[in-house]
Structures are given as C-alpha cells and as structure tokens.
Ligand binder design. Structure first.
Ligand SMILES: [Zn+2]
Length: 508
C-alpha cells in the first residue's frame, strides 16, 4: 500500500501484538485519538506496543549502526504494515528508573534558566567574582561542595546505632558494631590489656574511654598473655575502634552479608559545609530577591511565581534605562524571569503548584512525572510528531482535567498528533476520534469495536466505554472493591500535605 501524503491517516494492518486479533485500523493525524477499553483489552498494546514501538524501530533504523548499538532497542512489533506514521514521542507514566540526582528542576529544564538568572542577575557579595551558570549546580565540578562532592550528605557511623543498649558491658556485647566470635574475644582481651574493664556496664565507663573505643583512629598493639592452663606463648593483638572496623568492612569486604551488617551502623546526615544543598559556599552567597538558589529550589512553584513576577513585569524600557550591566533589574533579569514565570504557570495550570524545583524525581507519582513531561514538551517546539500518552489524567483531581485538556490542545495546535490511552470520560469526550478495543480483557479482548468520531460509539452495543460514555450504565469504568475497614491517619505532612488527619474506608 503506497502512502499518499495527502491522506491524513495512519493505517495499521494486521496488528497482533499481545492479545490483538489481527487488527486493521485507520487513525487520523493532527488529531487527538483516545484509545479506550477495559483494563487488559489491548488498548496499550495498540498504542504503545504497536504504534510507538514501530515509530521507535524506524527511528533506530535511520540512525548510524554504531549509534544504534548504544540504544537499547525494543523488539519489532507484531504487525504486517503501518503507513503514514510520524515520528513518535512517548510520554509514559513510568519510563525507566529516574536517577536519584534528577529533580523536578532538571526534568523540566527549569533549573538551567534559574542558574542563568543567578549567574547573570544575582546579587554578589562585595568583591566576589561573577560565577558561571554551572557553579550553581551541585552536579558539576564547578558547583559541587568540596566536602560532600555535591551529594549534600555525609555518611558516618553513629554512637546510638553502634551501642544500642548502654546497660550492657563490653563482654555482654555492648558494642554491636564489633565483630563476634574469635575477633570479638580478641578485641576484649586487647581492651582489658589497655586497662578498661570489660564487665562494667557501657554507660558507667568514662566518657573519654567510650569515645576512644568507638571513634579513635589509633591502632595500638597489645601483648595478649596466654590464659592459665594454656601452653601457647601469647601474641600481639591489633586494636580497631568500632568506627575503624565498620569503615574497614565497607572498604574491603567482598561479603554482602558483612557489608549489610556494617551499613546498619551508618547513617546519613546533612553535610555541615553546605547544609545539605550540595553547593559550594560561594555559590550559596549569591542571592536573587534575597534568597540563595538553594532556598529558591525549596520554594513551591506557587511561591516561586510570586517571587519572580514583580521582576518579570518590569517594563523592558525601565530595565534598559538601568545602566548596570548586571543586577536584578536589568533587561536580562526581566527576560529570564518572564520566561520562568510563563513556563511555571503551565505547571500551576496542571495542578502541580505544590511541587518545588529541588524535589527529587524519584519521589514523584507516575501521574506527576507524566504531567511534568507534557508541560516540558510544550516548550520543545517539535511539530509533526505523535505524542503517545498513558492516562494523562492519572492522579489529577477531576476539576484539573480542563487545564490538562487545554495543554493537550496546544500540543495538537502546534501541528502534532496525540494518541492517548485513557479511562477518564471527560478526556475521552474531548477527543476527535476514539478507538475502542475489547470487548473484554486478555483473550476476550484485542478486537477493534469502534474507530471513529466519539458520537458514533453510542451505537456500539457491546462497548463498555460507550455504555458509560452515553449513560447506559452508572457504575464507574474501573472495578471497585467494597470497603470493609477504616484507615486512620494523623498529622501527615509530606509534599503537598500539611498536618492532615483523616479516616478513610479501605478495601484491603
Ligand atoms: Zn556539602
């Protein structure tokens, strides 16, 4: 089937990925297409497993073989032919494990703009040299705190963990971090040789001795006399403080069990030099509107917009007349703040105003991560691509669905196609086209029940989606379990929650 470029459709023939039953379907381009059906019907197999997978495969075919080897390819989908398929970008909820160093700021690329703002328009201490934008990132050599290398935390042994029960004597095992068996007996003999009583409860030992036993780097050699009735002649034993022992195990042991045990005595604390920010001290001294970049990274997007808006709204003319070539009211500051505010407003519209730039991307819910990616794509300037989305409404309050639809409309309006796997009926209603897969799940699904404008789905009697969309059934699309208990939560403060207490019915 030669492709006619004036035909604005993607033609799929013979798709049999997973449970799909040799599916033929035509999908309009430059439109929002909703893929619907019950869980397990095969709608994701068509959208992601077939269409997105084929677009990826063609992309990798077009790049040089050496580059192809660098990228882990997904297998070719089971489909006879697809024509008219544009390049695709997947905005899935989960896409690999995000690295612990990636944050909301890096994910949205807003951190780059903010660093530029601090470099170009920040207020520097008198006499301090202007720093490059990289100096405001803990992930660069120029910006990393020298003490913690940008990690913001330090790992070390803690006294409470190494001696969990201070009523025990050393002989009774007060120093839990020390080895047992022969090595433990050896250390007790050495301690006795050093004149410390191993039968005194830990808490009654002299503070100076306790500190020394746990933390010293000294390693005295002590002659251990043979016990009575023994024929050996004694030996020299080497002392290890509890910390030295833990560090030695972590640095040298190949036994995972030993290392796991040693890690039980280690905890992480904020680095004292950078207060956990990972940034070098002179970067932290640069401020914008009175705040360091670390303080700005901790603000919610709602607070951040309030901070930057007054600068963004300065007239360019007023800024130009300030003759300074740097500072908070220059043209470059107005432009950067304006850009930041415009981009953060999209995030507020998508119901993400409670997030901060510094929030680690590993703590984001899948729905939050996907909406951040959608907002970021708005700025990418790509056109002529298919965005394949996985339930973009996930985790969103129903009232926030309207702004999400506006953002999706904007992506479509810039000349892109949207293929959306979705349960939310408000989103499905706004689609230009719906592909309903079913009728059931697994072997009972995998057929196209309907493909066309949304209204037409009303006539399809065996479509569960149609039944819900046109009010033939009241129950929600997702199966619900009957609650049989109460869950009590008190004083919950995390992310966007502040000291909440509530009870809810739970089903498991
Ligand atoms: Zn540090």
């Amino acid at each position: 089937m030669p492709h006619d470029p004036t035909d604005h459709f993607v033609h799929v023939r013979g798709a049999s990925e997973h449970n799909l039953k040799n599916v033929d379907v035509d999908l309009p381009r430059d439109a929002m297409v909703a893929f619907t059906g019950v869980s397990g019907s095969g709608k994701s197999s068509l959208a992601f497993g077939t269409l997105y997978a084929e677009a990826q495969r063609r992309y990798f075919e077009s790049v040089a073989p050496y580059a192809r080897r660098l990228v882990q390819q997904m297998g070719a989908p089971h489909v006879q032919e697809i024509t008219g398929l544009p390049p695709a970008v997947a905005l899935q909820q989960r896409r690999g494990a995000p690295s612990s160093r990636s944050s909301v700021g890096t994910l949205t690329t807003l951190s780059n703009l903010l660093r530029m703002l601090y470099s170009r328009a920040g207020t520097y201490p008198a006499g301090a040299p202007r720093l490059a934008a990289e100096a405001f990132s803990p992930n660069t050599v120029a910006g990393a705190c020298p003490r913690c290398h940008g990690l913001g935390e330090e790992h070390d042994v803690s006294e409470e963990l190494m001696v969990p029960d201070t009523s025990l004597s050393i002989r009774e095992g007060a120093i839990a971090a020390w080895p047992g068996a022969w090595q433990g007996a050896n250390l007790r003999s050495i301690v006795t040789g050093l004149g410390i009583d191993v039968d005194t409860p830990w808490r009654s030992l002299k503070a100076k001795d306790r500190q020394w036993l746990l933390f010293t780097d000294e390693q005295p050699k002590v002659f251990i006399k043979p016990e009575r009735d023994r024929v050996d002649h004694g030996y020299y034993g080497l002392f290890w403080s509890a910390r030295a022992h833990v560090h030695h195990v972590l640095a040298t042991s190949k036994s995972q069990m030993m290392r796991d045990k040693a890690m039980r005595f280690v905890r992480s604390l904020p680095c004292p030099d950078c207060a956990g920010t990972g940034l070098r001290p002179d970067s932290l001294e640069v401020t914008f509107r009175g705040l360091s970049i670390a303080e700005v990274n901790a603000l919610s997007f709602t607070e951040l917009v309030a901070l930057l808006r007054p600068v963004a709204e300065l007239s360019e003319a007023a800024a130009a007349t300030s003759m300074a070539d740097s500072g908070e009211a220059t043209e470059v500051a107005v432009r950067l703040c304006g850009d930041l505010v415009a981009r953060i407003r999209v995030l507020l519209d998508l119901g993400l105003g409670y997030l901060s730039l510094g929030r680690s991307s590993t703590t984001l819910s899948p729905g939050e991560a996907q909406r951040l990616r959608i907002a970021t794509q708005l700025r990418s300037g790509l056109f002529g691509v298919v965005y394949v989305l996985d339930e973009p409404s996930a985790g969103l309050h129903p009232a926030d669905a309207a702004p999400l639809l506006d953002v999706l409309e904007t992506l479509k309006g810039s000349g892109n196609s949207l293929f959306v796997v979705e349960h939310d009926l408000d989103i499905v209603r706004r689609a230009d086209w719906v592909v309903d897969i079913g009728p059931g799940a697994g072997e009972d699904g995998g057929r196209v029940l309907y493909s066309g404008p949304v209204e037409g789905l009303e006539q399809v009697t065996d479509s569960v989606t149609g039944a819900h969309l046109f009010g033939r059934v009241e129950a929600p699309l997702r199966p619900q379990r009957a609650p049989h208990g109460w869950l009590h939560l008190r004083g919950v403060s995390r992310h966007n929650l502040e000291d909440l207490s509530w009870m809810c019915r739970c089903a498991s």
